[in-house]
Design a protein around this ligand. Structure first.
Ligand SMILES: NC(=O)c1ccc[n+]([C@@H]2O[C@H](COP(=O)([O-])OP(=O)(O)OC[C@H]3O[C@@H](n4cnc5c(N)ncnc54)[C@H](OP(=O)(O)O)[C@@H]3O)[C@@H](O)[C@H]2O)c1
Length: 307
């Protein structure tokens, strides 16, 4: 039996609740873990609101929040290769276990060993933000010296994209609110405060001929505004807003497999994917952790330290 935090029905923060649940039994291709640290993501509250039925449809309530975690393997289901009891691991809870909990099940194919020297807190940020950054930049596939604009650079994915892009010797312009300037400039980003004036005009002062790529983490009107900076519409990649295809751009193609997790862990060990963890909450403080992300202006990553 373990403590978990989730929701009894779809809705706003008022449907959230703590409850006790028996340790989940790992099914075929799953591992049961003791959660060390859970990452907090916008997708968590979108699932609570019932806005992503393809990802949680049909599971009984109450449902546990959270998609990513690092922890220690307690038991293996059938057909699990490459992981053993006692291993430190990190990965995705894709089969409905949730990760804001003392124990949960991860999908073994979407879980990797946490290498020695990598903290559980950093490992817990890699499944969502780390591998998304890898995927976005692989798909853009721009040469050193090219310029990208990262729209929403100060959040979990934005700072990861910026760090990885700088390591690939891309020139990075990033947009965010004034509070994100310091984080972004520390990574090497030329920062534009979107509240201070016309973002497109400010960016054109830096790249008069436009940018080689746009990575959008904001969506909506902001995406449509910033997309005007792209020299080639196909190199507008959105991570959260699929309507980017209406502009001729692409929605990120995600690779959630172990190989991509291992790759992001190596980049983290090398200091390339070094996340800014702006807040560490306890499980009993999970409501505050998710509220921080739900306000839409997170700096870097927020995590919940469970054990
Ligand atoms: N497809 C996938 O697999 C996948 C994976 C990861 C994330 N996502 C999605 O990608 C999006 C970003 O994720 P995230 O984890 O980075 O979220 P996050 O940590 O909440 O960061 C979003 C950032 O955008 C900034 N922002 C808000 N409005 C802005 C504007 N008008 N212009 C520029 N910046 C603005 C926010 O702070 P400030 O306003 O203070 O600058 C915040 O730092 C979410 O929609 C998420 O669901 C999708």
């Amino acid at each position: 039996m373990g403590k978990a935090w989730g929701f009894g029905k779809h809705g706003g923060p008022e449907v959230q609740e703590f409850f006790d649940r028996p340790d989940p039994v790992p099914g075929r291709g799953e591992v049961l873990i003791r959660v060390g640290v859970a990452g907090v993501n916008p997708l968590d509250y979108l699932l609570r609101e019932g806005l992503v039925p393809g990802l949680d449809g049909g599971r009984p309530f109450p449902r546990v929040l959270g998609m990513e975690a690092a922890g220690t393997v307690l038991a293996l289901g059938e057909d699990v290769d490459g992981l053993g009891v006692g291993d430190a691991v990190f990965g995705f809870a894709l089969t409905g276990g949730g990760t804001y909990a003392e124990t949960t099940v991860l999908s073994a194919d979407n879980t990797a060993r946490t290498p020695a020297g990598l903290s559980a807190a950093v490992a817990a940020t890699l499944p969502v933000a780390g591998t998304t950054a890898v995927d976005v930049l692989d798909q853009l596939d721009l040469p050193a010296g090219a310029t990208i604009v990262v729209n929403g650079v100060g959040g979990g994915v934005g700072l990861a994209v910026a760090r990885l892009a700088c390591a690939r010797e891309l020139r990075v312009i990033g947009t965010g609110s004034a509070a994100k300037r310091e984080h972004a400039e520390a990574v090497g980003v030329r920062f534009i405060d979107y509240a201070a004036g016309d973002v497109v005009a400010a960016a054109r002062e830096l790249v008069p001929d436009g940018a080689d790529g746009i990575v959008d983490l904001v969506g909506g009107t902001s995406l449509r505004t910033v997309a005007r900076l792209a020299r080639n519409a196909r190199n507008v990649i959105a991570v959260g807003d699929a309507s980017v295809s209406d502009l001729g751009g692409r929605f990120v193609e995600r690779r959630l497999d172990r190989e991509n997790l291992e790759r992001s862990a190596r980049l983290a060990l090398d200091g390339v994917l070094a996340p800014v963890i702006s807040a560490v909450h306890s499980l009993s403080d999970a409501p505050a952790a998710l509220a921080t992300v739900e306000n839409g202006h997170t700096a870097g990553k927020v995590v919940i330290e469970v054990a």
